[in-house]
Design a protein around this ligand. Structure first.
Ligand SMILES: [Zn+2]
Length: 157
């Protein structure tokens, strides 16, 4: 289980999507309307979330913060791995990549979304924002990126 909880700074929206897909409870600052450094520091410390930021000054003065040096999301994921944070896609999605809500599997008897391909199964729905998800090309693309950084010892596979 990925039990670490994160707060991501405003520049890291893309990384927030990946961390949620990897099952991490991830709050993205802009989703919460937080932009000021002090607001981020206070939220991270009071909610005991690990702040991830590219702002060195903010990282220095926030308890437990993790400073990222790179801009590319694949590089940022690799930085997290280097910091001892496992990055891998779970068998099934656990969190909504859009809002961080927990997802559930849609039952056979439930209405499928109109835009879902007929041969797709299972489908998941976010308990919070009710958006539907399934494993499509997007999931595979992310899996390729995550797979490239998450298991440095298995690159030959
Ligand atoms: Zn959602």
């Amino acid at each position: 289980m990925n039990d670490e909880q994160f707060l991501l700074d405003v520049m890291l929206g893309k990384l927030a999507t990946y961390l949620r897909l990897c099952g991490y409870d991830t709050v993205y600052a802009l989703d919460e309307g937080m932009e000021a450094d002090d607001a981020l520091k206070q939220y991270a410390e009071s909610e005991q979330r690990r702040l991830v930021t590219r702002d060195r000054e903010l990282a220095t003065r926030t308890d437990g913060a993790l400073l990222l040096e790179t801009r590319d999301v694949a590089d940022q994921l690799a930085e997290l791995v280097a910091h001892g944070i496992p990055i891998e896609l779970p068998e099934e999605p656990q969190r909504c990549s859009v809002c961080n809500g927990l997802v559930r599997t849609l039952g056979d008897e439930e209405q499928r979304p109109d835009h879902a391909p007929d041969d797709i199964d299972p489908i998941w729905q976010c308990r919070a924002c009710e958006q539907h998800f399934w494993k499509g090309s997007h999931w595979e693309r992310m899996g390729n990126i995550v797979g490239g950084v998450g298991e440095p010892n298995h690159n030959s596979l």
